[in-house]
Design a protein around this ligand. Structure first.
Ligand code: MN
Ligand code: MN
Length: 467
């Protein structure tokens, strides 16, 4: 309908009502191309960064290509410096020193995580049973265990051998490499299994990864298949069985990131949570030229509570901000008080197939842009840092001024469940923080789905926030 045909009521409604915008619909031809090109680069990040170690390494490599150099505590810093700080090879902070006085202007922080749900090996994992060799596991993060059976798995991680040397393992990703597998029960015998609750369809101790079946050619030996596997591990990685004691190995889906849909609107992949925020976070800092001092934090252990030396609760990130302040001659308390943070983690996209779990008015809709989540938590917002209206207003204004298509979200119906992110740990430092991230379909499944529009909106939102 053309402008002249609109009634007074229609015009009034348009000017006063809030409506979400499908970014695909709003984007120009050029912007659609940018969106799809950016998605191609993101898919490479996904395929090369399935663990926090790999994602960290990939981000560092990208930063180096853009002239960023490694920072260590105590190093001098000056305006214009482009740096990255690596924490134990599992988390990285990419940052750029702006021209503004950080005591007055603070820091612009985007915090995301690069760990994802997966199946970790136990410390004594190897055993043989009924002509099959398996690895015992303990899953990492919140998963529906039954989703991880009967799919191709790859093994990733690091082994510290008895002489202290480290060997990195990544097998199951290339076409000519074998994959690994978790068995499930055939439906013909699954009557009892399928009649129980879904949480019991596959139990934790049934998540055993099948890794071999060829008996070693010596009938005098017990556990001959296990010996074949040990022989291969020794030849390939210089490993002995005892080296599993000091290993961090994970089974992750062996799928690659692929476009989904005839029109290629979506991307299916393992680990969108939270690489779909981590990638835009660090690339926004790499491509940023604002006068602010900007940091992209890619941290570990979010999926199991952000604890430990590489999780967001570790002092190391606060130490880094303090070191930056000291190096620039600024009072850290003032820096923190004037800093602003987007805690960037994914949210649940409204799914019409599971409408009952959502309250539609406040759920994020796929392709309507990155989602701002004022509060997370569960049962009366418990555990949430709940951003202030003032700060949300400030972010909203920056997005509007920069033409960012975005929306708000609440994770599911009230009292239906809930979730949390790293936001509160930054907010507790006296830094204004709000959650912002991409809506995901099938979150925490081995193959998650996002919209290319939302990925690009997230990137544009970060650029606007740092501007
Ligand atoms: Mn997450
Ligand atoms: Mn998660």
């Amino acid at each position: 309908m053309s402008e002249t045909k609109k009634t007074a009521g229609q015009k009034l409604q348009e000017s006063l009502s809030y409506k979400r915008t499908n970014y695909f619909e709003k984007a120009s031809k050029e912007e659609l191309k940018e969106m799809f090109d950016y998605a191609e680069d993101y898919k490479k990040f996904l395929d090369n960064g399935k663990t926090e170690r790999e994602a960290c390494e990939y981000a560092v490599e990208d930063a180096r290509k853009k002239g960023f150099t490694e920072y260590h505590f105590g190093d001098k810093l000056k305006k214009g410096d482009k740096k990255y700080f690596v924490n134990r090879g599992k988390s990285v902070v990419v940052f750029r020193i702006g021209s503004k006085n950080i005591e007055e202007d603070g820091l612009r922080i985007i915090a995301s995580h690069i760990d994802a749900p997966r199946i970790d090996l136990k410390q004594v994992p190897l055993y043989e049973d009924s002509n099959m060799c398996f690895l015992k596991t303990h899953y990492y993060g919140g998963i529906k265990k039954y989703q991880w059976t009967a799919i191709p798995l790859a093994l990733h991680g690091a082994v510290i051998r008895k002489d202290g040397s480290k060997v990195e393992i990544r097998i199951g990703e290339e076409k000519d490499e074998p994959v690994f597998y978790i068995n499930d029960l055939l439906p013909h015998l699954g009557g009892e299994q399928m009649s129980g609750p879904a949480s019991k369809i596959i139990e934790g101790e049934q998540l055993n990864v099948l890794i071999g079946g060829l008996p070693y050619a010596d009938e005098e030996v017990k556990d001959r298949i296990k010996l074949t596997v040990l022989q291969i591990l020794h030849e390939k990685y210089g490993m002995e069985e005892e080296d599993f004691l000091s290993a961090e190995l994970s089974a992750v889906p062996a799928f690659e990131a692929r476009d989904v849909g005839f029109d290629r609107a979506f991307i299916g992949a393992y680990g969108h949570d939270d690489r779909v925020c981590a990638y835009p976070a660090y690339t926004a800092v790499l491509n940023n030229e604002s006068e602010h001092t900007v940091l992209a934090m890619l941290v570990d252990k979010e999926e199991i509570g952000s604890e430990g030396t590489t999780g967001m609760q570790c002092k190391v990130y606060e130490d880094l901000m303090e070191e930056i302040s000291i190096a620039l001659g600024a009072n850290f308390r003032k820096v923190r008080a004037n800093s602003k943070c987007l805690s960037s983690d994914v949210t649940a996209a409204y799914d019409p197939n599971f409408a009952n779990a959502f309250e539609k008015l406040n759920s994020s809709l796929i392709s309507c842009g990155t989602s701002l989540c004022k509060y997370t938590g569960a049962r009366g917002k418990s555990g949430s840092s709940d951003a202030s209206a003032e700060f949300v207003g400030e972010v909203r204004k920056a997005f509007a001024e920069n033409g960012v298509i975005w929306q708000t979200s609440e994770l599911g119906k009230v009292d239906f469940g809930g979730g949390g992110t790293v936001a509160k740990f930054l907010a507790n430092l006296n830094i204004d923080t709000v959650d912002l991230g991409v809506p995901v379909i099938s979150m925490h499944a081995p193959y998650e789905l996002i919209s290319k529009a939302d990925l690009y909106s997230n990137y544009k939102a970060f650029l606007a926030f740092m501007k």
